[in-house]
Design a protein around this ligand. Structure first.
Ligand SMILES: Cc1cc2nc3c(=O)[nH]c(=O)nc-3n(C[C@H](O)[C@H](O)[C@H](O)COP(=O)(O)OP(=O)(O)OC[C@H]3O[C@@H](n4cnc5c(N)ncnc54)[C@H](O)[C@@H]3O)c2cc1C
Length: 274
């Protein structure tokens, strides 16, 4: 940061992008991660907050501007009610109140951090991401995280409206530690039978990934009777790694435990048993 010569506040996304592709430039939104990056020869900080991009609009999709703070998941009346309060409940697992008041939706996705809870949460909701890369594009978040580019400017996230029941589970060694593993489940039910399922595992420690074998396994099954088997299956198929937080073997068992917890939570919330 000592070498930074310019702090720029562009007025348009196009202008910000032209500055961002210059060598030794870095975008900043909430500033939480950007301030800690050790980048040599960093000369130019481009403040994306000057672009506003903090709107929350309800249409066919719910649009969340990239500069929206994570705190809005709990405070905004539209976001806090979606899918039985899924975003509101999930947000409680992300950092602390102070972190959620600073961190932005865009900054939490653009950096494509393996341990991001936000990416797992939005992938569970089958979100689409809009970004500028010389032109505006909108793609499934699942595809976006696979491209390695970091000059694209994230402008918004689009959440499809759905009646899926959703749960987000996270295991961390302490409240403020990053996840050893996180897991999101979205399940559409008809008379207790699974019609559609999305299962996402993140902080593996690699970036979040959908577990399609488990999604397929669940379809057409009674939710209450498939929890144990789904947990065994995820332990077998989930691709995980070893790092300082946990071994791959430990993460596999954790994936089974978090899936059971998520499915039981969905079972109770859905009211099937009553
Ligand atoms: C102490 C601490 C604890 C945390 N705990 C958690 C946690 O438990 N779970 C979790 O999921 N996350 C956690 N985070 C991460 C946090 O949620 C955000 O991911 C992080 O703060 C980045 O958001 P930001 O808005 O501050 O981005 P910045 O720090 O401003 O930017 C991060 C990077 O993304 C780029 N960028 C920012 N905005 C955009 C954009 N719109 N388009 C393109 N590029 C952009 C910047 O160039 C920068 O490289 C934690 C962070 C900290 C510091």
């Amino acid at each position: 940061m000592l070498e930074v010569k310019e702090y720029l506040k562009p007025k348009t996304v196009e202008e910000a992008y032209e500055l961002g592709i210059l060598p030794n430039s870095l975008y900043v939104s909430g500033g939480l991660i950007a301030a800690q990056l050790k980048i040599s020869h960093l000369e130019r900080l481009i403040d994306l907050k000057s672009l506003k991009m903090d709107e929350i609009e309800e249409g066919e999709f719910v649009k969340i501007g990239a500069n929206t703070k994570l705190a809005a998941f709990m405070k905004n009346p539209t976001l806090s009610k979606l899918n039985n309060g899924f975003l509101e409940k999930s947000a409680r697992e992300i950092g602390s109140t102070q972190i959620r008041n600073m961190a932005t939706v865009g900054g939490s996705m653009a950096f494509k951090l393996g341990w991001s809870d936000v990416i797992t949460i939005f992938m569970t909701m089958k979100s689409q991401i809009e970004f500028y890369d010389g032109g505006f594009q909108r793609v499934p978040l699942e595809n976006y995280i696979k491209n390695g580019k970091r000059t694209q400017i994230v402008t918004a996230v689009y959440l499809p409206k759905s009646t899926h029941f959703m749960a987000f589970e996270k295991f961390a060694k302490s409240t403020f530690d990053i996840a050893t593993l996180n897991l999101g489940a979205a399940i559409l039910l008809e008379n207790g039978v699974v019609k559609d399922a999305t299962i996402v595992v993140g902080s593996r420690p690699m970036i979040s990934e959908r577990i399609r074998e488990v999604e397929e396994f669940l379809k057409g099954k009674e939710l209450s009777n498939s929890i144990e088997e789904a947990a065994k299956l995820i332990e077998k198929v989930v691709k995980v790694g070893t790092d300082m937080r946990a071994s791959a073997e430990y993460r596999k068992v954790l994936a089974g435990a978090l899936l059971k917890k998520a499915m039981r939570r969905i079972y109770h919330e859905s009211g099937i048993q009553s």
